[in-house]
Design a protein around this ligand. Structure first.
Ligand code: DON
Length: 572
């Protein structure tokens, strides 16, 4: 029998992350996912207006990077819970001309004054308020610089940055109807946003309740900010009046960010991590995300097995490789500018062989160091991923976030910019779980000035003979990496269509806590079999949203995840 863990102490947290409408939808299983086909190019994002803006750029001759940049700015207006200019993320780019790939790391950095004790209370214990709720949680945003860098280095040259920002400005200025995801997600964050008058005046009615279906979300200050970036370029975000307002807002909320921190922020171009799986090449995000390294490590372990759909042994083996990969994450990975993460070793086949040798094909290995934290608290879709392909075979896989839905909840007064609480992704203290239950030991992911916290975001491109055949990624905190793993196993091993792979219920294990989370809809016989093998199975609300494009003989086929309302795959 499935053990559903309920803890009243965490009800507030669950409400924060789990709008009622979605919980109800989840109980019935995952809603149908529709496949969409296109000949020339495609965008799959979590919000329809942003998808259409990206597709329009493709139609006008823009490449995948141009479309990705336009979609990124649009989501900052139309998908405020995770689309952002006040957060950060990662972009993986495959360039058709030189048949090469690169990545842009635009992860937030900690303010220079951050130290190892910033997130501790007076007794030296981790204080989640400091890393999640107060100004100290806020990292220096990377999105504007990251998108601008992608455009400058890899755009087609046919569009200025202003051309790519401009379509979003009227959506902010004139407003958009409150519907689908905004209507679903706002009630859950009313208390968070209501703490700050600058946020309340945008997202709440004058009487104090959040905006509802049928209201209009108007973001005039955000329109001004976007206009300033369009006119003056990305530095307008990092220096001058906008930066002054961000730093002032963060400091007023108890944070450490200074105008120097903003001025000194730089996105980084990094070589992707690479692996191969059943004849396909995997290109994904290196540290400071753990996503690519773990994905490749798990695929390396799995490649030796025959994996089948509807098969308990397959689910057991996948769970076992997840455990092992996440255990390594907690020790070895962090910001590569500060720690020497053993990426080559962790993604080596020999290492995978050694780990595989510890897997019992019949029985669950106890995860050890079991830390009883409530799995329900890790569920949310508060990041967002979009995938883009163009007619020339360029591909972009982009995941970005404010961390929690609507970030820390603070809009910097006069800017319209919702700020992140990304610094909770540091290990506040060895062994103290972050909001997703992820733990870190030793030094790799300790907080530190100008350091980037370790991420799980896994924007990924799969190539066959040098050409992109799958572009994918997902939100979901710690569950991002296993979601991408399952999209790849379902398409590459099981031969499933992208819509079937997207809709299928997912499983997740992250080493600690020692539980397998399964989404609603998984065959109860399979769950029973997993339990018989010694796994602790708990039911998990759907909390991920993969947005994927695959290249097929019939053309591009995209699937927008139905786990949140309003996602759209579209092409031309
Ligand atoms: O970078 C990370 O791994 C997290 N900050 C992502 C947060 C997330 O996915 C929230 N929503 N699901």
């Amino acid at each position: 029998m499935i053990r559903t863990v309920i803890s009243t102490a965490l009800v507030a947290f669950v409400v924060l992350f789990a709008p009622a409408a979605q919980a109800q939808r989840g109980e019935k299983g995952i809603p149908p996912v529709e496949a969409v086909t296109a000949k020339h190019g495609m965008v799959v994002s979590q919000e329809a207006r942003a998808t259409r803006i990206g597709v329009e750029i493709l139609k006008q001759g823009g490449n995948a990077v141009d479309a990705a940049v336009a979609t990124g700015f649009a989501l900052a207006v139309t998908y405020p819970r995770a689309g952002n200019i006040g957060g950060g993320g990662f972009m993986v780019i495959h360039l058709a001309d030189g048949k090469r790939a690169t990545t842009i790391d635009y992860r937030e950095t900690a303010p220079a004054a951050t130290t190892r004790t910033t997130y501790l209370d007076a007794n030296g214990e981790a204080d989640p308020r400091k890393s999640r709720d107060l100004g100290t949680a806020i990292g220096v945003p990377g999105t504007v610089a990251g998108l601008a860098l992608a455009h400058e280095r890899y755009g087609s040259g046919r569009f200025t940055l202003a051309d790519l920002i401009r379509p979003s400005i009227p959506l902010a200025r004139k407003g958009i109807p409150v519907e689908t995801d905004i209507a679903d997600s706002l009630p859950g964050v009313a208390a968070r946003l209501g703490r700050w008058p600058s946020s309340a005046k945008i997202f709440m009615r004058p009487v104090g309740s959040v905006l509802r279906e049928g209201d209009t979300l108007i973001q005039g200050d955000l329109a001004d900010t976007l206009e300033a970036i369009a006119e003056k370029g990305p530095r307008a975000f990092y220096e001058g009046p906008i930066a002054d307002k961000i730093a002032a807002a963060v400091q007023k909320a108890g944070g450490l960010m200074t105008t120097d921190d903003l001025r000194d922020y730089r996105p980084k171009e990094r070589a992707p991590v690479r692996g191969s799986y059943r004849g396909f090449d995997i290109v994904s995000m290196p540290p400071p995300s753990s996503g690519g390294v773990l994905l490749i490590a798990m695929l390396n372990m799995l490649e030796a097995y025959d994996l089948k759909p509807g098969d308990a042994r397959t689910l057991h083996l996948m769970t076992e490789v997840m455990k092992r990969a996440y255990a390594d994450r907690s020790v070895f990975l962090g910001d590569p500018d500060f720690v020497d993460a053993p990426v080559t070793g962790l993604t080596a086949r020999g290492y995978a062989d050694a780990l595989r040798a510890t897997i019992d094909p019949k029985r669950a290995t106890r995860a050890g160091l079991f830390n009883p934290v409530n799995p329900l608290r890790f569920e949310s879709e508060n990041t967002t991923h979009y995938s883009v392909m163009d007619r020339d075979g360029n591909a972009v896989s982009n995941t970005y976030t404010l961390n929690f839905g609507y970030g820390v909840g603070l809009v910097a007064e006069g800017t319209g910019i919702l700020l992140n609480n990304e610094l909770d992704d540091f290990a506040a203290k060895p062994g103290a779980p972050n909001a997703f239950g992820l733990v870190g030991f030793h030094d790799a992911n300790a907080p530190g000035g100008r350091k980037r916290p370790l991420s799980s975001m896994t924007p990924t491109i799969v190539l066959k003979d040098g050409k992109p055949v799958i572009v994918t990624g997902s939100p979901g905190g710690s569950r991002i990496i296993t979601t991408v793993l399952q999209i790849l196993v379902r398409t590459l091993d099981f031969g499933q269509s992208v819509d079937a792979a997207t809709q299928a219920p997912r499983i997740h294990h992250q080493w600690q806590p020692d539980v397998v989370r399964v989404e609603p809809g998984l065959d109860p016989a399979l769950i029973g079999d997993l339990e018989a093998r010694g796994h602790n199975v708990v039911e998990a609300r759907p909390g991920t949203a993969a947005n994927t494009i695959v290249m097929t003989p019939e053309g591009l086929v995209g699937a927008a995840d139905s786990r949140t309302r309003g996602a759209l795959a579209a092409g031309h």
